[in-house]
Write a protein that binds this ligand. Sequence first.
Ligand SMILES: Cc1cc2ncn([C@H]3O[C@H](COP(=O)(O)O)[C@@H](O)[C@H]3O)c2cc1C
Ligand SMILES: O=C(O)c1cccnc1
Length: 360
Amino acid sequence: MNNDRWKDFVSGIEPINDGKWAEAAARLDRLTKPPGSLGRLEDMAKQLAGITGQLYPDLSRKAVIVMAGDHGVCEEGVSAFPSEVTPQMVLNFLNGGAAVNVLARQVGADVVCVDVGVNADLSHPSLVSRKVRKGTANMAQGPAMTREEAIAAIAAGFDLTGELAARGYRLFAAGEMGIGNTTASSAILSVLGATDTVQATGRGTGIDDVRLAHKQDVIRRAIERNRPNADDPIDVLAKVGGLEIAGLVGVILGAARHRCPVVIDGFISSAAALIASRLAPLSTSYMLASHLSHEQGHARLLERIGLAPILRMDMRLGEGTGAVLAFPLIEAAVNIMSQMATFDDAGISQAVDKSTPEKV
Ligand SMILES: Cc1cc2ncn([C@H]3O[C@H](COP(=O)(O)O)[C@@H](O)[C@H]3O)c2cc1C
Ligand SMILES: O=C(O)c1cccnc1
């Protein structure tokens, strides 16, 4: 993989269409409701118009892309579950039995499951195989992967999203599976978000206090040993990140490149979004943050990107579950624009009473 390939990921991303954003804002103020009364739905309707360049975008073709990869750092004992669960869950996604499958079915979204770095030989007719390597190396002892591998994994997500956009998909969710990946995400937040490792580290799959203190120590050691350069997001991704996180960076940049909204899920998805935002600041305008995960550090992570979560459900699963749950709200924003009557249509007076009331 050409080390300059990352420039392709960034160079085609354009600012959102300000003219369409303003047109959407003007129409929202003519709809039969007090100005601004639909709150975040109005924000989303304007953002979607700016992203797609259309007042009434058709977002009906939608996919949650679940990037899967393993983590060498699991040998340090940082998760409540063993690495073997990653390939087992991938098969569960492919057989339609995971939480994300249920939620995606409910909202009419397709689950696209991608092996970008699972430490097992997987084969299934619906699996998208883009394996860069079989799991990362243990970041507590050296870099998780090479710079080339990180770029190859970004390319896998970027190219796949481009292919899906070409097939008519217009709305994406960024999901993941990889035992150990909250450790990598906390390390990314710590370095790129200038956050103390204690504040950046949570319980992931549900570790106890003793293991949490150990996890914080492992992250501290990984950062000390690898010295990732906070001014070089790909260096951080390669040294203390993960293959599926890199894949998601590609998905996010790919969606932005093709002017499609991309819904960020929880902690891990947001770590990928933070890297994407540092590589291509313009990509942030194409992101919607679906929910605030219960995972420690997620609020800080979203704040570093500059995103406000739509939902607060106390979820902490990943897979893209929170992102998929936000799909109907995003579609609601489009429907408001396309289906509500204006004051003119309905013959309702838009005059605002600005006189001073005589009696209070
Ligand atoms: C059965 C199962 C299903 C999951 N689905 C998502 N995750 C989530 O948990 C993992 C991260 O937590 P940690 O860093 O503590 O390992 C990731 O795979 C994430 O997607 C799962 C975890 C498990 C055990
Ligand atoms: O917020 C998430 O995405 C998350 C939190 C804990 C474990 N897995 C995922």
